[in-house]
Design a protein around this ligand. Structure first.
Ligand SMILES: Nc1ncnc2c1ncn2[C@@H]1O[C@H](COP(=O)(O)OP(=O)(O)OP(=O)(O)O)[C@@H](O)[C@H]1O
Ligand SMILES: [Mg+2]
Length: 238
């Protein structure tokens, strides 16, 4: 509506509101602004201009190396902006926890479309830096039958390298990249188990995903990554 977006308020509305407020306050410039709740109880956000790769088959430019490098820099900016704040609590930082192309706004540049902001903060919460990097790693790559594990590893390595290179200040914490594959495996398993549990609870969205075979597809990714874990890990860890 106008230059705002209205969406169903997430369960963690107050946390997300405080997080988006904090990010705007420190000038992180990587998320919509939180404008409050409208008369219908909807979360109200500023509209972020740009393009979102929301379809299954998108322009490969959204997944090219320059986009991956910028993606890692944005994740680093998020994590550095939240580390040591009350929002992170005892955790390393605050994680977005749902970093995927369809939750990312891109804008055109001379090197192609580059990520500029993340949307859909419904799952955000305290966590470890490696969690968002690992999650992005498998969401910006192809997995399963026909995919190349060395290419997944190369892309994850690029993300880790760009994330570490974007550090500012003394004694930056290096990413726990030796844990990346295990974190990805946990996330992939959590994804299909979450679909299964939601479908068992009769949630329409999750039932639809299970009926459409998405659960089986994600399980297959887990098996594939288990089979190929050495190849991926060898590419990620220098
Ligand atoms: N602040 C915003 N600025 C611009 N576009 C937005 C904004 N918020 C959402 N969108 C658009 O709406 C789409 C869905 O938004 P969002 O991911 O927040 O909703 P959702 O209900 O969580 O969707 P999904 O279940 O697909 O993740 C995004 O992919 C994006 O195209
Ligand atoms: Mg979304």
């Amino acid at each position: 509506m106008g230059d705002t977006v209205r969406r169903t308020a997430p369960a963690n509305l107050d946390f997300v509101g405080a997080l988006l407020h904090h990010l705007a306050g420190v000038g992180a410039d990587l998320a919509p602004r939180h404008l409050g709740v409208d008369a219908r109880g909807r979360q109200t956000l500023s509209y972020v201009a740009g393009r979102v790769p929301w379809r299954d088959r998108e322009d490969p430019a959204f997944f090219a190396d320059p986009a991956l490098v910028r993606l890692a820099e944005l994740i680093r900016r998020l994590h550095d902006a939240c580390a040591g704040t009350a929002l992170a609590g005892d955790a390393e930082t605050v994680c977005h926890r749902d970093l995927s192309p369809k939750n990312t706004v891109y804008r055109d540049s001379p090197t192609g479309p580059l990520p500029v902001a993340f949307l859909d903060w419904d799952l955000a919460g305290p966590g470890r830096r490696i969690e968002d990097v690992a999650f992005a790693g498998w969401h910006w790559a192809a997995l399963g039958e026909g995919a190349d594990p060395a290419e997944l590893g190369r892309r994850c390595r690029l993300l880790c390298d760009a994330y570490d290179a974007a550090a500012i200040g003394p004694d930056p914490v290096p990413l726990a990249r030796d844990e990346l594959v295990d974190v990805m495996l946990d996330q992939i398993e959590g994804t299909w188990r979450g679909i299964d549990a939601g479908a068992d609870r009769d949630e329409p969205g999750m039932r639809g995903l299970r009926d459409a075979g998405v659960l089986e597809g994600v399980r297959h990714w887990q098996d594939w990554l288990l089979t190929n874990r050495r190849t991926v890990a060898a590419a990620v860890t220098p």
